[in-house]
Design a protein around this ligand. Structure first.
Ligand SMILES: *Cc1c(COP(=O)(O)O)cnc(C)c1O
Length: 369
């Protein structure tokens, strides 16, 4: 019997695929896009009989699933997204991965799925990034996007939580989100659809939230917009998020710059970029507030000139400026459709920290190798 190599912790079996030829990888890294390519390997951990088994680092492959597998019928599926960045000293670091591990477990609890110990989540990421490190792009704005997810796999059609699960981690090189330079997007405020309601799954990163959002995204496209803005389900007036990103409003009041983001009410996804930007903003000398913002505020504060910039934020795009807002009440322009100075400054600062070009005063970077 061949000897299986174990990770240092003994928790993972290491049976990776050999690297693909260098010219294949280099060609893909020229223009990686987002989620188009993946690395040679993945990490898999099975949950059964009330516990997580030994994990494995193994070649990226199709996964077998029984047609009665619970995820296919009742949708127990959660995911996360975080990035590994090349550092100036040649090392590779991930950005706040413990925050993703904790949020993964928050999502798991909401969907009656088992939690995965944070240290196992982190070790899985370290193993995959170390093994497939040649896929971490070197340019600013580029990264290796890590996509952990968990699905219920038990073959049983009764409606109840699955007793078996698969945790899988895949990695995908990500190019700059705006290859042609940062360009503000146009958004459609959706009044026909809601993303989340009180008591629902809005604060969990579950696959079903996205499935339910796609029709509104379609509608936004029909209205000539790039993205949809969600408002709250009860009052139908408070701004919640933009697509799969959190949203920020920049105010200039009495010579002071204040960034405002909707407060976490339970229906918003608590973004790690959002949380990080609240801190970065304070360090840059801006005020930073979490509160409710209504569509009326947005309209009025913009017209009165107090609100000067609006942007969305999330791991994938970091910061996306919003230049045009369309809704049933008409169309507003923000900053003449240009990217504002505060938006640019926040974007450069966060990217600088992530790429190790600015001091990491919060210990947000988690060195992998
Ligand atoms: C993932 C996600 C975000 C952004 O979270 P980050 O941790 O900043 O990437 C915002 N809104 C929704 C709906 C999301 O799924």
């Amino acid at each position: 019997m061949s000897q299986v190599t174990l990770s240092a912790s003994g928790r993972f079996e290491l049976q990776p695929a050999p690297p693909v030829p260098e010219n294949d990888r280099t060609a893909k890294l020229q223009n990686p896009g987002f989620g188009r390519y993946h690395t040679e390997n993945m990490v898999v951990i099975h949950y059964k009989d009330g516990q997580w088994g030994k994990g494995s680092l193994e070649p990226y492959r199709d996964i077998p699933i029984d047609p009665a597998g619970s995820v296919l019928h009742y949708g127990q599926a959660i995911f996360e997204g975080f990035k590994a960045y090349h550092q100036p000293d040649g090392s590779i670091a991930t950005f706040r991965p413990e925050a993703n591990a904790n949020r993964f477990n928050d999502s798991a609890r909401r969907l009656a799925m088992p939690e995965l110990p944070v240290e196992i989540f982190l070790e899985a990421a370290e193993l995959l990034i170390s093994q497939d490190r040649l896929w971490v792009p070197k340019n600013i704005g580029e990264s290796l996007y890590m996509r952990p997810f968990m699905i219920g796999t038990e073959a049983a059609l009764g409606v109840r939580p699955s007793t078996e699960y698969m945790f899988i981690l895949i990695a995908s090189p990500a190019g700059p989100y705006f290859p042609q330079g940062v360009k503000p997007v146009a958004v459609w405020i959706s009044e026909d659809y809601v993303r989340a309601s009180p008591g629902g799954t809005g604060s969990a990163k579950c696959a079903g939230n996205y499935a339910a959002s796609l029709i509104a995204q379609h509608q936004a496209k029909d209205k000539g917009c790039d993205q949809v803005v969600w408002i709250d389900a009860v009052h139908r007036k408070y701004v919640e998020e933009m697509g799969g990103m959190n949203i920020f409003f920049v105010y200039e009041e009495n010579g002071k710059t204040i960034v405002v983001t909707p407060a976490l009410t339970g229906t918003l996804l608590p973004g790690i970029t959002r949380l990080s930007l609240l801190e970065v903003a304070k360090e840059l000398g801006y005020g930073a507030e979490e509160r409710k913002i209504s569509i009326d505020d947005w309209d009025k504060d913009l017209k009165e000139g107090r609100m000067t910039e609006v942007f969305a934020c999330g791991t994938a795009a970091v910061i996306t400026p919003i230049g045009t807002v369309k809704s049933t009440r008409g169309e507003w322009r923000i900053k003449d459709g240009q990217t504002g100075a505060v938006t640019s400054k926040l974007r450069e600062t966060l990217l600088g920290i992530q790429h190790g070009l600015l001091p990491d005063t919060h210990g947000w970077l988690h060195k992998v190798i």
